[in-house]
Design a protein around this ligand. Structure first.
Ligand SMILES: C[S@@+](CC[C@H](N)C(=O)[O-])C[C@H]1O[C@@H](n2cnc3c(N)ncnc32)[C@H](O)[C@@H]1O
Length: 224
């Protein structure tokens, strides 16, 4: 399986995959069709999609915002977690990615509950503010803007809402304070802002990345 669990330990990855079976035929088809359409292989790992589904369900989320749709892989997971009443507003810069995602939502049987907003998240988020509060915001787009998206997430949510962000470790690159990579600096800034923000209680779990390790941050909003 791609993006294996357990720091690329094949046996451990196979064990977790066998036991938790995080990727069903619907998600596998989305990943394959996204690759065939030329999309980059940067959807969340299968186990992280399962994390999203479980977290959405644990939070009792019914309305979620996703920043970074790609081919709809994580969007389907979030919609599954929100159940039959759940609705997703997902933002995507690329029309081509959005087209693939539209087909993914259709095939997953969730198209009626998924709204894809094509455009830069910085332009779309203010439009969504009118329709808040949302129960969950998932940040997974251009990392240099992570902290700006976090600030929007606080505006879009209410106490009890869940905020989630992927790739907060970047295969360990976050350790380099002097990195010239804007994504690394964006994530470093975001992690510091999230951890220091008094309106949330936040943590991060180790997940999987291209070199075997990444991180998923999650936070519950506790104040306005
Ligand atoms: C990591 S992928 C999202 C993966 C998706 N969440 C999943 O796991 O299936 C990031 C996506 O964000 C999109 N993106 C990049 N910059 C953006 C921006 N400024 N506004 C909205 N979307 C953006 C990219 O085109 C890409 O499809």
């Amino acid at each position: 399986m791609n993006k294996p669990f357990g720091n690329s330990d094949e046996k451990l990855s196979a064990y977790v995959t066998r036991v938790y079976a995080p990727e069903d035929a619907v998600l596998a088809e989305i990943r394959a069709r996204s690759a065939a359409a030329g999309l980059p292989d940067i959807q969340v790992a299968a186990l992280d999609a399962l994390h999203l589904e479980v977290l959405a369900r644990a939070a009792g989320a019914r309305r979620a915002v996703e920043i970074g749709t790609l081919g709809g892989y994580s969007g389907v997971a979030l919609l599954r977690g929100m159940g039959a009443e759940g609705e997703l507003d997902t933002i995507e810069l690329s029309e081509h990615h959005a087209e693939v995602a539209r087909e993914s939502f259709r095939r997953a049987g969730v198209a009626a509950r998924a709204r894809i907003h094509i455009g830069a998240a910085a332009d779309v988020l203010p439009q969504l503010a009118r329709r808040g509060p949302f129960d969950l915001v998932f940040i997974d787009a251009d990392k240099p803007n992570n902290t700006a998206y976090f600030e929007w997430a606080l505006k879009l949510t209410r106490p009890g809402s869940l905020l989630i962000a992927d790739n907060v470790v970047r295969d360990g690159a976050v350790l380099d304070a002097d990195s010239s990579d804007a994504s690394v600096q964006g994530v470093r800034h975001f992690n510091a802002a999230l951890a220091a923000e008094p309106r949330v209680v936040a943590s991060a779990i180790q997940t999987v990345g291209s070199k075997g390790y990444d991180g998923l941050a999650f936070a519950v909003v506790v104040g306005e």
